[in-house]
Design a binder for this molecule. Structure first.
Ligand SMILES: [Zn+2]
Length: 302
């Protein structure tokens, strides 16, 4: 995704002339049988050639990615003694095909990216956007600070300022305007909109905001769940994100307990990715000054 996730940017408006009547007929037909992306596209080609739909369609048949529905797995990054167990799940079943047909969203998404973003349940009854599809090999651990709030408050806050605006935008990579907002990230059975994989409270206690799994592919450790933390998509895709909760935000510094927790995490990650770079949020986004005062305490981090 060649755009920022944090910043609301005016993206190319992908205006597709839309013949709603013939589309509606087609949608009714498709609700009676399992969804097949190529079938949808073919149907569109034959019924709506008037506005040259092929211009917007993928050249090759997209391969729907089938993900397991709600298969809980324990977090591998539990560091005994100072973290609560987290069960992390990925779900492809946010939108029922009966209720929300994917076709309009497929058609308005950049054609070459349709097969990247759209995923379907095993029976094709439901679908979703896989926001983790563009994960890269881990390169950074991004450091942030935030005011004191619970994980529940954090979910609500960041859903509101990160995800809702994206789901109201005309961005076509992918086009999701008007869909109910989902992150695709579940922790302990609750959908998480946290932009931080690790949230470290004043007493050093660690909470998991998104999967801190690293996935080994072709000899490289890839990020699993991409959080929208750094203000640009490319870096988000190659970063784990760590946030210190401050009492007097943004003026106070992390406690020694917080630093200790962070260093144990950093050490454990370095066992897999020795050259991972610990870097402040503002290094990736010139519009951010997070975390304020970083240079006063950054030398304490490993
Ligand atoms: Zn930050």
């Amino acid at each position: 995704m060649k755009k920022t996730a944090l910043c609301i940017v005016i993206i190319l408006c992908f205006c597709v002339a839309y013949a709603s009547a013939s589309t509606a007929d087609m949608l009714i037909e498709h609700k009676t049988k399992p969804i097949n992306t190529q079938e949808l596209i073919n149907a569109h080609k034959t019924t709506q050639t008037a506005f040259n739909a092929s211009k917007y369609l993928p050249q090759a048949q997209p391969t729907p990615k089938i993900l397991p529905i709600e298969r809980p797995r324990p977090s591998p990054y539990l560091i005994e003694g100072f973290t609560k167990p987290a069960i992390i799940t990925i779900r492809p079943d946010y939108y029922s095909v009966e209720e929300i047909d994917p076709l309009p969203y497929i058609l308005k998404t950049a054609p070459e990216k349709v097969s990247t973003w759209f995923v379907y349940s095993a029976g094709n009854e439901s679908w979703s956007i896989n926001w983790d599809a563009e994960a890269r090999p881990l390169k950074y651990i991004g450091i942030h600070t935030a005011p004191n709030m619970s994980m529940q408050e954090m979910n609500a806050f960041y859903k509101n300022i990160l995800y809702e605006p994206r789901y109201q935008s005309n961005d076509n990579d992918p086009y999701v305007k008007g869909l109910p907002a989902h992150s695709g990230h579940f922790v302990d059975g609750t959908e998480s909109f946290s932009p931080f994989h690790y949230v470290i409270y004043r007493n050093g206690e660690l909470f998991i905001g998104a999967s801190p799994y690293l996935i080994l592919k072709n000899g490289q450790w890839y990020v699993n769940q991409i959080v929208w933390s750094l203000g640009n998509w490319e870096n988000n895709c190659e970063a784990l994100s760590m946030c210190f909760i401050l009492d007097d935000y943004p003026n106070s510094e992390p406690t020694q307990a917080q630093i200790d927790t962070a260093n144990r995490i950093i050490d454990s990650i370095r066992m897999k990715v020795p050259n991972v770079e610990v870097a402040p949020h503002f290094q990736f986004n010139s519009q951010s000054n997070c975390p304020e005062g970083y240079n006063l305490w950054s030398s304490k981090l490993h």
